[in-house]
Structures are given as C-alpha cells and as structure tokens.
Design a protein around this ligand. Structure first.
Ligand SMILES: [Zn+2]
Ligand SMILES: [Zn+2]
Length: 265
C-alpha cells in the first residue's frame, strides 16, 4: 500500500529561528531554514473504501500551525515518542479534530508509553483527570503503547531508542521508520529496522550533544540500516539547509518543513 510521510516540523526543541539569535541560519532568507518543532504525519487511503487515514507522531507546540499548513481535517491516531515539551505541548490543539473524530465514532487514540502517559496526565490534568469537568476538553483516549500497534490495518512497531539516559520510542511502519531525539540505538532495535527503505532520523548538528546524535552518527546508522533514502530532522540552527545538503550524499539529506515523501506500507 502506498502512503505519504509529511514532515510537519524539522526543527530542534527551540525551533529555528531560535529566539534572540542573529546567526546566519536564524536570519536566513531561505524558507528551508525555518523549522517548526519536530513531528510527522503519515497519510494513506484504505484500498477498499478509499477512506483517507491520518496518523501523527508527536504534537509539539507548533501543531496547530502545522495542521493548518497541511489542511489537516481529521486525525485517526497519535503516537508519542517521549514527553519532552517540543513533542507534547500541542496536544490540546487536537480539540477541534477530536470533536470530529468523536462524532464519527470515538475519541482519538493517543498511543504513549507509561512515562509519557504520566506526564500527559499531569500537564493536561483538565483533560485526563477522571474528575475533569471542562466541557470542551479534547476527546482523546490514552492507550498503552505496545510492541506492535494496529491503526486501521497499518502496524506501527515500537523501536526502543535512547535519548541521553532516557528510553524513548521510534516507530517502524511498512518500509519506513521515524526516529527522533535519538542518541543511541540499542543493538536489539536494529532487528526491528531490517528492510527499512526510508529512514527519517534526527541529526541535531555536527558538534556532539549528550542526548542527540550528530549528522555523522545518524549517517553511519542509516548506512548500517541500509536505507535507500534518509531524511534528517530535529535540526538545530547550526546547520544551514543548502550548505549542509551540498556536503551530504545524494541519498541522505536534511528534510524541511512541509516535505512529503512516498512510503510503502
Ligand atoms: Zn526533541
Ligand atoms: Zn527530547
């Protein structure tokens, strides 16, 4: 089955431009150097009914703007990689989409591991508390993230990763994988990535960082996985789009906000 993966945001936690920064990338006139917080959208059509399905991975603080850019009219499920602010703070902007989902049959399922669930329940207690009374709260339902999760016939496989000391989740779907905020890939996770043709993986900058891989590290993993095409995301203001891409191999490039690529499910 054919699907489309869209990069809703390709920036690091602070976004690019970064507040109060006057560096060459933050003041660049190239639209590719404007990066919202990291998130992707996977869309496909059900073969029999033609119904469009849409799954979002992470809802960061820019989710509303990203959904407007993509004219997102419904969401079937959300997966969370981890509970840092740049990955969860847009959850509340699911509200209008959740009312649509709720009228069609039920709340939007949010797949999250135990640690992420605990943070979401705390940050959005007015949504998740059993005593929540706020009438227009998001119609969403937290679901425990399993090793394999089925959404409308498509399997999302959890790929355990490390983000500094923190265990987080990447996701494999069909011949593609999305792995953001990664600083180390446990040996056992490489088996889950066999046959991945399209890899979307974070690459913060060239200088090492305790909880994020560099471009060189992510490139080495992409080679080991054997991806035909690799797109880098979660990019800091250290990397100018054009200059960085000029020095990268043809099959591994910086992604940019709004980039859509075909994937095989
Ligand atoms: Zn992040
Ligand atoms: Zn993070």
């Amino acid at each position: 089955m054919n699907a489309t993966l869209t990069f809703l945001g390709t920036g690091t936690s602070m976004g690019v431009p970064t507040l109060a920064c006057a560096c060459a990338v933050c003041t660049s006139a190239d639209a590719h150097d404007r990066r919202l917080r990291p998130s992707v959208l996977l869309r496909w059509r059900e073969p029999e009914t033609g119904t469009e399905r849409a799954v979002v991975i992470d809802t960061g603080p820019d989710f509303r703007e990203q959904a407007l850019n993509e004219k997102l009219a419904h969401v079937d499920a959300v997966f969370y990689t981890h509970a840092h602010a740049d990955h969860i703070l847009g959850m509340d902007d699911l509200r209008p989409l959740s009312f649509i989902a709720s009228r069609r049959g039920g709340p939007i399922p949010l797949y999250a591991d135990a640690e992420t669930t605990a943070v979401l329940e705390q940050v959005f207690s007015y949504t998740f508390s059993p005593r929540a009374t706020y009438p227009t709260r998001a119609r969403v339902e937290l679901k425990p993230l399993a090793e394999r999760n089925l959404v409308d016939g498509v399997e999302f496989v959890r790929v355990p990763l490390l983000h500094g000391e923190m265990p987080i989740n990447g996701f494999r779907f069909g011949k593609a994988a999305y792995m953001t905020d990664v600083s180390a890939i446990p040996e056992s996770s490489f088996a889950l990535l066999q046959g991945v043709e399209l890899l979307a993986i974070s690459a913060l900058r060239h200088t090492p960082h305790p909880s994020h891989s560099t471009v060189e590290q992510s490139l080495a993993w992409a080679r080991r996985i054997g991806a035909r095409q690799t797109w880098f995301t979660h990019i800091a203001h250290d990397l100018g789009h054009e200059e960085t891409n000029r020095n990268l191999p043809g099959n591994a490039k910086l992604a940019y906000d709004g980039l859509s690529v075909p994937v095989r499910l």
